[in-house]
Ligand binder design. Sequence first.
Ligand code: FE2
Length: 289
Amino acid sequence: MNIRPVKRVISALETSDGAGVRLRRSLGQSQWARLDPFLLLDEFNSDDPDDYIGGFPSHPHRGFETVTYMLAGRMLHEDHMGNRGELEPGAVQWMTAAGGIIHSEMPQQQDGLLRGFQLWVNLPGSLKMAPASYRDIKPDDIPQVRLSGGGMAKIIAGHFEGQNKQTVGAVTGNATAVDFFDLKLVPGEVFICAVASDRNAFFYVYDGQANSGEPGQLTGVDRWQAALLGAGDHWRVEAGGQGAGILFLSAIPTGEPVAQQGPFVMNTREEVEQAMRDYRDGTLTAHAG
Ligand code: FE2
């Protein structure tokens, strides 16, 4: 067993996006804070509607996937194809923007807690101009696994290798074979899982605190920090004294250059400029296929 070390810790920055939604951005806070194919991870967490009620009015995406995972509160999404859905607490939307999508994402309550995440996953160049699609996953359709140390894991995407059996997540077969687990570890719990050595992997602590790595070579990771993992074939983490809520992500890197301007993520500057022209001309969603 070759435990992956933590090679970099990224503290989330408080920022705002959309129509003034306050959020914490770890991956994606700069072009140097990415881990191929993961472009961005935002956490939104507020009980003040002034922080989120403006939502994310109509905006475009091209060239990647957005994954929205709600912990609390509801989010209504509507897109240019007439798709409309409401994410409830615990639900996931996996949207493959690919060649182009224009949509809105709007919180549905005037009071109460809004809490969740949005992850951006890059697509390889061969799929950046494919037709857009999305999947809404209800909370009950996300498999849960009880861990031997007392915690729980939700297997949102990919494959989870448990002690005696494999659990298939709610989403499989995306371009970069993403594994996405939400772990709730009890105080002091040690968790180890296999992570194939051809994958890039990181985790994000959203509750509590954790320590990761070989015993004796642990790196502490606090709430609102992302930890990028180095080479190896397993991940090992210990929850702190208050337990830990952790998102774990791994995927096959694209190995391709990234040219990004806001919500357009392509391989070259020219392709990004084409996307900006297409959006301005009203043809962003007409080129896919
Ligand atoms: Fe969006």
